[in-house]
Design a protein. Structure first.
Ligand SMILES: NC(=O)c1ccc[n+]([C@@H]2O[C@H](COP(=O)([O-])OP(=O)(O)OC[C@H]3O[C@@H](n4cnc5c(N)ncnc54)[C@H](O)[C@@H]3O)[C@@H](O)[C@H]2O)c1
Length: 255
């Protein structure tokens, strides 16, 4: 199936995506600012092909080392999943320049550097697929998330541009836009008291959070099977972005 590089693969959605891609025959390369060896070890123990390198994706030097290491050890990347990301919940007028720059560095600069480094390998081979993990927060505003939402809107803009620029040379670029997922990121955000389970469940037509597995399945489709799908932003949100109803109306439809 080829080589798939997944960022932010030490936990959460990235970890589940790495395992799903490995189970579908990809040789997976896990990367994260946290150690990835424990997850690589678990995948290998299941007979799956996995390797990894830890580092900060916002660093141009690290991304260059990673791309060189993948080229040297595995030939090239066929798939890149830009999943690593950080959240920030803060009123816009209280968001500091440092906070803004940190969110942009991880959520937008990192994916740009990775698309550039692995995109070159893909363009040279005339084939490849990039999946960027944006958010429904990249499709509309969400209060108290100016930096995060701007970074995800930017990531969607990058995805569409690469799809247009590289599609004719065999390299596709698409984005998934998950709704709220039960991961460590959500636990941390919810721990700050910013929202409750009910806030999310009441807003979603399908009346639940996303599972990492829901989103990983969409990533797998865009990465491997979606041969003529290019430049799309696929919401995986249980109907959230398609629903303009007010909450009490939606709740009347529940059993
Ligand atoms: N959890 C949600 O509700 C939700 C909703 C929509 C979109 N998303 C997006 O999904 C992606 C995965 O989120 P998650 O919920 O699994 O979060 P998570 O916090 O559980 O995992 C994110 C991973 O990214 C890694 N990471 C952070 N900064 C990094 C850096 N500079 N370099 C390399 N790795 C870094 C973290 O160490 C962590 O392992 C993110 O891009 C997030 O914005 C999450």
């Amino acid at each position: 199936m080829g080589v798939a590089v997944i960022t932010g693969a030490a936990q959460g959605l990235g970890r589940v995506t790495a395992e799903l891609l490995a189970r579908h025959g990809f040789d997976v390369v896990l990367t994260d600012v946290q150690p990835v060896d424990p997850v690589v070890g678990e995948l290998r123990a299941q007979g799956l092909r996995a390797s990894g390198m830890s580092g900060d994706i916002s660093s141009a030097a690290f991304v260059a080392d990673l791309a060189e290491w993948v080229a040297g050890s595995l030939g090239r990347a066929d798939i890149l999943v830009n999943n690593a990301g950080i959240s920030l919940i803060q009123p816009a007028e209280e968001t500091t320049l440092d906070q803004w720059q940190t969110v942009m560095a991880v959520n937008l600069q990192g994916p740009f550097l990775l698309c550039k480094a692995f995109g070159k390998q893909m363009l040279a081979a005339g084939a490849g697929s990039i999946v960027n993990v944006a958010s429904i927060a990249g499709l509309g505003g969400v209060i108290h998330r100016a930096a995060y939402n701007a970074s995800k809107h930017g990531l969607i803009g990058l995805t569409r541009t690469l799809a247009a620029e590289w599609g004719g040379r065999g390299v596709r670029a698409n984005a998934v836009c998950p709704g709220w997922i039960k991961t460590e990121m959500d636990a941390k955000d919810m721990g700050s008291g910013a929202y409750t389970d009910d806030d999310i469940v009441n807003r979603v037509p399908m009346a639940r959070f996303a599972n990492p597995e829901d989103v990983a399945a969409a990533i797998l489709f865009l990465a491997s099977d979606g041969g003529f799908v290019n430049g799309v932003t696929l919401p995986v949100d249980g109907g959230w972005t398609g629903d303009n109803s007010w909450d009490s109306l939606r709740l009347k439809t529940r059993n």
